[in-house]
Design a protein around this ligand. Structure first.
Ligand code: GLO
Ligand code: MG
Length: 346
């Protein structure tokens, strides 16, 4: 086990969501960005993660000068609140120009838009004082396979990554893979895909990844293994912890809510690899349950952090010596029970 260290925590404004889903309207009133920042501060979180248009709303209608002005103002507000910007992510799934994908759209004008928007996102990151760009490639995939050429799509993705890397020699790109939703199949569904495509770019060292627990589960993988894999490459630069009950829509449940043991194993993997020692944050990409009342609006974030910290204690007090002896004896039944009893508090 790595030496004990403390973690820094983070969430995004979208994690204080209002309850809308494809079948119904919001269940809580809309709140301002300032209110959300205030809540983050109140909860004692260390940083906020941003989409480009969380930082500069209506970004497409604004000039570069306006963008600079607003991003700098935001940076002052963050500094005043003692909150860091963890990352900025281009929202490449909302515009009429990204209906058929962004970097992999079949329309060259749309691809051009996606790249220009990504470069503006990099400008924002620079103004906010972070070198981390997160790429959740929401629409880079297909609803039907015959509509796009998969090989060409890989080339287009590499081209886009290369343009970003060339635009700013300091930024790092963290790909956040997800196998499906909104697409049927995404082109970069797992951490293996993200790290493999990094090798095709002009500067593989600056292309890494972000693991989201639920996304790994949707790919049928154990997020703890994804963590170990990414960290074996030194490329886990951010983390979206949450939970997911089986193969259905992306649920973004509180961390540990569906499967405490899977959560425990993620924490163990983070501990064993020393996650956070290079300044990485633990981010919770979680949402309140739709029925949540206004007065309980922050509970999913508070609870996720609480569960995480309890599991850190569980990881640190796990009897490694006893586990080792059981492993040497191939007594996995006893090892299994030992984990269960440790989690139950005995
Ligand atoms: C959706 C993703 C999304 C991203 C966010 C940052 O499934 O998890 O929440 O993490 O847009 O890029
Ligand atoms: Mg996420």
């Amino acid at each position: 086990m790595a030496k004990a260290h403390s973690y820094k925590f983070c969430f995004g404004p979208w994690n204080l969501s209002e309850g809308q889903d494809p079948y119904g309207p919001p269940t809580r009133p809309a709140q301002s960005f300032d209110w959300k920042l205030e809540q983050l501060k109140k909860l004692g979180f260390d940083a906020m993660m941003f989409h480009d248009d969380d930082a500069v709303p209506d970004i497409d209608g604004k000039s570069d000068t306006q963008l600079r002005k607003e991003a700098r103002e935001l940076k002052k507000r963050l500094d005043g609140a003692g909150i860091a910007a963890e990352m900025v992510a281009p929202r490449l799934w909302f515009s009429p120009l990204t209906i058929d994908g962004a970097y992999t759209s079949n329309d060259p004008k749309c691809r051009q838009y996606a790249i220009e928007r990504s470069l503006r996102c990099i400008d924002i990151a620079r103004y906010l004082g972070t070198d981390l760009i997160v790429l959740w490639l929401a629409r880079e995939g297909t609803y039907l396979r015959e509509s796009k050429n998969g090989r060409r799509s890989v080339e287009l993705l590499v081209e886009a990554l290369d343009k970003m890397l060339a635009y700013d020699r300091k930024i790092r790109l963290a790909i956040e893979p997800k196998p499906n939703e909104p697409m049927d199949h995404a082109y970069l569904p797992t951490i293996g895909h993200a790290l493999a495509i990094a090798q095709l770019t002009r500067d593989p060292k600056r292309v890494g990844c972000l693991i989201e627990s639920a996304h790994a589960m949707l790919a049928g993988l154990d997020p703890a293994d994804e963590i170990d894999f990414a960290m074996a490459f030194g490329k886990l630069w951010s983390l979206h912890l949450n939970d997911q009950n089986g193969l259905k829509f992306d649920q973004d449940k509180p961390f540990g809510s569906a499967n405490l043991r899977v959560a425990f194993n993620q924490v163990r993997a983070l501990e064993r690899n020393g996650y956070g020692k290079n300044g990485e944050y633990v981010c919770f990409d979680v949402h309140p349950f739709r029925p949540t009342k206004v007065e309980h609006w922050l509970a999913h974030l508070e609870n996720s952090r609480r569960t995480f910290l309890r599991l850190v204690q569980k990881a640190r007090t796990f009897n490694e010596k006893a586990a080792k002896a059981l492993i040497a004896d191939r007594n996995y039944a006893a090892l299994d029970q030992m984990v269960i009893e440790h989690l139950m508090g005995r």
